[in-house]
Design a protein around this ligand. Structure first.
Ligand SMILES: [Zn+2]
Length: 300
């Protein structure tokens, strides 16, 4: 697939058999099945083209009755490509919170369909579990997923980290839940920050700088948000400009401060908006659907 990113560190493996997806090489090496989908339903490497229009998430504008079966069928195919199925799925409804659901009982598996959630799992943006072979699912149109796993304790987590979840340090909330509920030691954990909007593409209002300064402190806000100069029609810099937020750096900082070793963290360098041909992107006005991130709580 044609992706704009540098892969000097070999962060991703690209799979084009079946429904195409990216997987993190670090998680693959641990034997943890994982994926991040694209717009493609299929892709022919030899021809360099594919069929687009994959639907995995029920969008707000769609009828749940029409969209849910289609999205479930596609997610089930992807789940099978990871050696799992939707019967094992734990899925979030995603309201830009930093709430993380702790799933420990098998009755939780496979019960939720997007749009008609089990009550106890509403208003969560992340799930952690120690149920063997559980399939964790989150969605994102520019917001990166953060994958967490602890091979020693047999526990995993997956969170949706848009700017509000990132502000609320949702990866740290998930790490804390895994530590308290499953006895995980962050030193044994691995994390991967999935594809999402890059800092160059992620323009924010001044109020976002203010809330980061309030919640994280001014030093962190200055590190994570930079004002890009405005330009006139000739490209000359003029007063004004907008803040840009570095979501990757913010989530990396959160994971490091939660105690996960730097060499246990993989950070995506793929931007959904820079690659709007391959990915759905809210900001890139490719709004038809969203990517799905999946990970199976399974270890080699
Ligand atoms: Zn970008």
């Amino acid at each position: 697939m044609k992706l704009k990113y540098s892969d000097e560190k070999h962060i991703f493996n690209i799979h084009t058999d079946g429904i195409p997806y990216l997987s993190f090489d670090m998680l693959d090496s641990l034997g943890v099945p994982n994926l991040f989908s694209t717009r493609y339903i299929s892709y022919d490497e030899a021809a360099g083209t594919g069929v687009k229009g994959l639907r995995c998430a029920v969008m707000k504008t769609e009828s749940v009755e029409e969209a849910a079966p289609v999205c479930r069928a596609n997610r089930d195919i992807l789940a099978h490509q990871l050696g799992s199925s939707l019967d094992m799925e734990l899925v979030t409804d995603q309201k830009h919170t930093n709430y993380v659901h702790v799933a420990t009982c098998e009755e939780d598996l496979g019960v939720a369909t997007v749009g008609t959630f089990a009550m106890h799992r509403q208003f969560v943006d992340g799930i952690v579990t120690d149920i063997p072979d559980a399939l964790l699912t989150v969605f994102g149109g520019d917001c990166p997923p953060v994958y967490l796993t602890d091979p020693k304790r047999g526990a995993s987590g997956l969170v949706h980290a848009g700017w509000k979840g990132t502000l609320g340090k949702i990866p740290q909330v998930a790490v804390a839940q895994m530590t308290v509920k499953f006895g995980c030691d962050p030193a044994d954990m691995y994390a991967a920050i999935g594809p999402g909007v890059c800092v160059d593409c992620y323009e924010m209002g001044d109020e976002v700088y203010d809330v980061f300064a309030e919640k994280w402190g001014r030093d962190d806000a200055d590190m994570l948000l930079h004002r890009y100069p405005a330009k006139d029609a000739e490209g000359n810099e003029i007063p004004g400009g907008k803040y840009h937020l570095d979501l990757r750096k913010a989530n990396l900082l959160t994971l490091l401060r939660a105690g996960i070793p730097a060499d246990h963290i993989a950070v995506s360098n793929v931007c959904t908006m820079c690659n709007v041909d391959t990915f759905y992107s809210y900001r890139g006005r490719a709004l038809e659907n969203e990517q799905v991130a999946m990970m199976v709580n399974r270890f080699r």
